[in-house]
Design a protein around this ligand. Structure first.
Ligand SMILES: NC(=O)c1ccc[n+]([C@@H]2O[C@H](COP(=O)([O-])OP(=O)(O)OC[C@H]3O[C@@H](n4cnc5c(N)ncnc54)[C@H](OP(=O)(O)O)[C@@H]3O)[C@@H](O)[C@H]2O)c1
Length: 263
């Protein structure tokens, strides 16, 4: 199937590693002009080199912090100057720290809201005029399956990501008349650096090892394993591509059957 991504302009934030990197890889394999972002220039240079080796296509990159209030306008200006439009926007960043309700101060709650909610709001707002220049504009917010089923020891993610889901669905309805599609992917347990750190945190809390915690987690997933990042990247590439032109306002779980509810 042709996803229709060839020569489309795609921005993936939080993409020097993990889920964002995996999405960028799929875009490059589909010949999309791809821009990756993270806070660390050295890591972006390494990511650029690896992506070039894997796909024979070189992504552009933009260094910046999603929680910096000026970030959204700066990256939108960069894309406007370089490419004059944006076809696909993937809003993604690192997740909030693990912990239970009494672990966090009010300031930490505010920081998590900045990272996991307001960063999406600002980036979408700054990129709207560029998306309006596209013939197939599409936005994908990366959230978490925690919006459907709270994850132990992740109170910040469990609480705040629901706001990003509400945002995504509202924008899908508000901008449908302009043919701008908005969807969200709810990743389950996927083998990334963040998940390794979460397993280490659980191991420390429970006096076990990260490997034991991984096995415990796998038992709770219908497919009995964690996802590979590329399994996530392929779904993201499809859902944001012109091939999914009739799909908007959707919350798609890529969780191997971790969520036990019917809906
Ligand atoms: N992996 C999973 O199983 C899973 C499950 C559910 C939800 N999620 C969510 O999906 C998102 C991506 O997860 P991941 O596992 O890919 O995380 P990851 O392995 O920690 O990678 C995060 C990426 O985002 C960049 N980043 C972090 N903070 C940023 C910021 N403020 N501004 C710009 N870039 C930033 C990181 O680079 P720098 O640190 O250099 O900036 C890195 O490239 C997170 O929000 C996570 O909570 C993941």
């Amino acid at each position: 199937m042709d996803l229709g991504l060839s020569n489309k302009i795609a921005l993936v934030t939080g993409a020097s590693r993990g889920l964002g990197f995996a999405v960028a890889e799929q875009f490059l394999l589909e010949n999309a002009v791809t821009i990756i972002n993270s806070r660390t220039k050295g890591d972006l240079l390494v990511a650029q080199k690896i992506l070039l080796e894997k796909t024979q296509k070189k992504p552009s990159f933009f260094v910046g912090d999603m929680v910096d209030k000026n970030f959204a306008s700066m990256i939108a200006d960069f894309i406007d100057n370089q490419f004059h439009k944006l076809d696909i926007l993937i809003t993604n960043a690192g997740g909030p720290p693990p912990g239970n309700f009494e672990s966090f101060t009010e300031l930490q709650w505010e920081e998590a809201i900045e990272l996991s909610f307001l960063s999406h709001v600002r980036l979408i707002r700054a990129c709207l005029s560029l998306l309006r220049k596209s013939e197939c504009p599409s936005v994908l917010t990366i959230t978490s399956y925690s919006v459907k089923q709270p994850i132990p020891n992740l109170i910040l993610s469990n609480s705040i990501r629901s706001a990003t889901i509400g945002l995504t669905k509202s924008l899908a309805l508000e901008f449908a008349q302009e043919n701008i599609r908005f969807n969200s992917i709810l990743p389950g347990w996927t083998e990334t650096e963040r998940v390794q750190k979460l397993l280490e945190s659980r191991a420390q809390k429970n006096g076990t090892s990260p490997e034991t915690e991984k096995q415990l987690q796998e038992k709770d997933i219908a497919l009995k394993r964690l996802a590979k990042p590329e399994e996530f990247g392929k779904v993201a590439a499809f859902l944001s591509s012109p091939a999914a032109s009739y799909m908007t306002g959707l919350m798609i779980s890529v969780d191997g059957g971790a969520i036990k509810g019917t809906y």
